[in-house]
Design a protein around this ligand. Structure first.
Ligand SMILES: C[S@@+](CC[C@H](N)C(=O)[O-])C[C@H]1O[C@@H](n2cnc3c(N)ncnc32)[C@H](O)[C@@H]1O
Length: 227
């Protein structure tokens, strides 16, 4: 079972993200990780770009970008960026990019959707290009627990965590001033064997870890046999 539910003011996306919350959330180092992993001026396709929180700084760093998201309300915050409103799983753009970005731990969705996301990455990456992925750090699955942290005016409260095999069901509340959003979602731990197999099934090969916590990594396209 997969469940993703959000509550709070404003529109909530089908995967439970609060649009107004993402619109005020600043980037937290993600653009720098991606920028360092791709060539100068590389074109970047972000799958699940939301309000452009990561994509906008990448455009400012000189990358031609395209953001894809299924939520028109999220994309309404991206009028300064090229975007397409579409589901990632069925996306078929008639072009390839130097880099395809799948950030924001979207890889930790349920396994069938994960494989569909990876196939979309493969369909849109240049033969010499790179896929950049952010997953939940493997150690997060062992350590996530009810907790509270405040940063930059955002109070993040992990209300509950329930573990079931590889899956963690997490409920988080975000408090900003007098506004509160909640997000309940399930996150699937991905073993190294599964990751290798799912990448291979999509026609991708693991590249390298970008961060010591193994949250960020690259993958590259495997040459397809000629027909
Ligand atoms: C967790 S938010 C991250 C947004 C952005 N990457 C960020 O970090 O600010 C996930 C975004 O992906 C979009 N999304 C989730 N599943 C999707 C799908 N299957 N197809 C297209 N967009 C999807 C949601 O609408 C949401 O905007």
């Amino acid at each position: 079972m997969t469940y993703n539910v959000g509550t709070g003011p404003g529109e909530i996306t089908p995967d439970g993200c609060a649009v107004d919350f993402y619109a005020l959330l600043p980037p937290m180092g993600e653009p720098e990780v991606v920028h360092a992993a791709v060539p100068q001026g590389a074109s970047i396709l972000e799958l699940g770009c939301g309000t452009g929180r990561i994509l906008r700084p990448l455009a400012d760093l000189g990358h031609p970008v395209l953001g894809v998201d299924e939520s028109p309300a999220m994309l309404a915050h991206c009028t300064d960026l090229p975007t397409a409103c579409a589901a990632i799983e069925t996306l078929r753009l008639d072009r390839r990019f130097d880099a395809v970005l799948l950030a924001s731990t979207m890889l930790n969705t349920e396994p069938a959707q994960r494989r569909a996301f990876l196939a979309t990455c493969r369909r849109h990456v240049d033969p010499q290009g790179v896929v950049v992925i952010q997953q939940s750090a493997p150690s997060w699955f062992d350590t996530v627990a009810p907790s509270e942290v405040e940063h930059g005016g955002i109070r993040r409260v992990v209300r509950s965590v329930r573990r079931d095999g590889p899956r963690a069901d997490v409920v988080v509340a975000y408090h900003v001033g007098d506004r509160t959003w909640t997000h309940a979602w399930d996150s699937y731990r991905i073993s190294q064997e599964e990751l290798t197999a799912d990448l291979a099934a999509a026609g991708l090969r693991f590249g390298r870890w970008l961060t010591d916590d193994h949250a960020w990594f690259t993958a590259g396209p495997v040459a397809l046999p000629s027909p």
